[in-house]
Design a protein around this ligand. Sequence first.
Ligand code: SAH
Ligand code: SF4
Ligand code: F3S
Length: 473
Amino acid sequence: MELTHLILDNNSFETKQNNFNKNTNDKKVYIETFGCQMNYSDTEIVLSVLSDFGYNETDDVKSSDVILLNTCSIRENAENKVFKRLDELKKYKKLNPNIILGVLGCMAERLRNELLIKKKMVDLIVGPDEYRKVPHLIDNLIETGEKGIAVKLSRVETYDDITPVRKKGVTAWISIMRGCDKFCTFCVVPFTRGRERSRNFKNIIDEAVRLSDEGVRDIWLLGQNVNSYRFAEKDFADLLNDVAVAVPDVRIRYTTSHPYDLSMKLLEVMAKHSNICNYIHLPIQSGSDRILKEMNRLYSVEQYMQVMKKSREMMPSVGLSTDIISCFPSETEDDHRMTLDVIREVRYDGAYTFAYSRRENTKAYYLEDIIDEETKKRRLDEIITLQRKISVEINQNLIGKIMPVLIESLSKKSDEYFMGRTDCNKSVIIPKEHSYVNDSGELTHKKSFSIGDFVNIEIIKVNSATLFGVPVL
Ligand code: SAH
Ligand code: SF4
Ligand code: F3S
């Protein structure tokens, strides 16, 4: 299906400041986010909208006035996780019947009726394009007792004028486009997120500059399919180029891109700017042309491999990762082997591998599933094991290498360590403080580091997902 791409008009909006953390805000919202980065970015928009109506965020679910779950529908287990969480949250409603419980995001869009019938404790059901209505729906609920339901998808909503409530840190997301027109036959996103639409070009650049001025050192440009970005005459390569020029001290990354419209122009822009991360996440899904056709992915394995080859030619140290769906209906042993062959040939740095999950209303829902459970498990295991082996081999070759790392946060496992990332998007664990010694082993000085620092790190140890290193002078 060919759908025209929606372009908003050329006027740039005045972006208004949000009222987050104002002392006069007397109501509290607790929000949990599931799913992709777009959902996390949307949560920041919801918090901004609510802040104009007197809400501040709280981490304490018990003392909140409103509990929101921003949900994901991509696979069955993503939805099951949310259903389980809803059941757990029931107890807070029992303790305080005035607490308002809302479901936002992709599940609200996809499962509005089921939620109404089966989850009676849910008061609000709001889809991804209706977040401006959340405060009004809450007020109406308080006044009339009526449940708040708003699930219309929009062809123009980009929340362009809303300043998201971002967590303090060096990393920030900028959502540049919404929706998806690709209609891969396995995927719910076009149904839960609606048609593609792109944000105003100038507003994105202004937002990046503002974030840089505020101390952000790492910006992700986000969209379900960033390569489809179009605003007037500008495409995604133009946008990436202009963001890189506008914020030279900021590392820029993007996700997710679809192989069909990843252009040579984009690779040239990436190769030209040292502040654009040397990293491409390009989901292949399957190594079999027959399955790719069944998936409506719009490219062949050969075309995909050309992009991989060109990327490596133009950026020799580029980090490459992918998404793979194992056991799409009718996948044969040969199709599966072709996927393993692609993994061996590309030698990805990493891969996100998923067991196919059958989603209602998608085209693939109606295909007969002929693969038995044991085969499903084996094929997925084979993919994961092969990729892990390749990731370890690639990472082992980095031992002894020195690379610049941007420190992003505290390590999840220990307060004594930071987590940072290399230019090709690998996570590195480094000590918060380092003692330098000279060639005779004598202590020369100590240095401590901070989140936001770029530090040269020597890699000393690796596993398949993480590097470990020490600072060098
Ligand atoms: N827009 C991106 C992908 C977004 S969804 C793209 O097209 O590349 C993230 C990943 O979830 C997909 O790449 C796919 O690998 C996986 N996925 C989507 N639907 C799925 C399903 N029904 N079953 C299993 N995995 C799925
Ligand atoms: Fe889903 Fe395909 Fe769109 Fe990606 S490109 S979000 S997999 S429909
Ligand atoms: Fe999930 Fe919706 Fe993102 S289905 S992956 S939260 S677009």
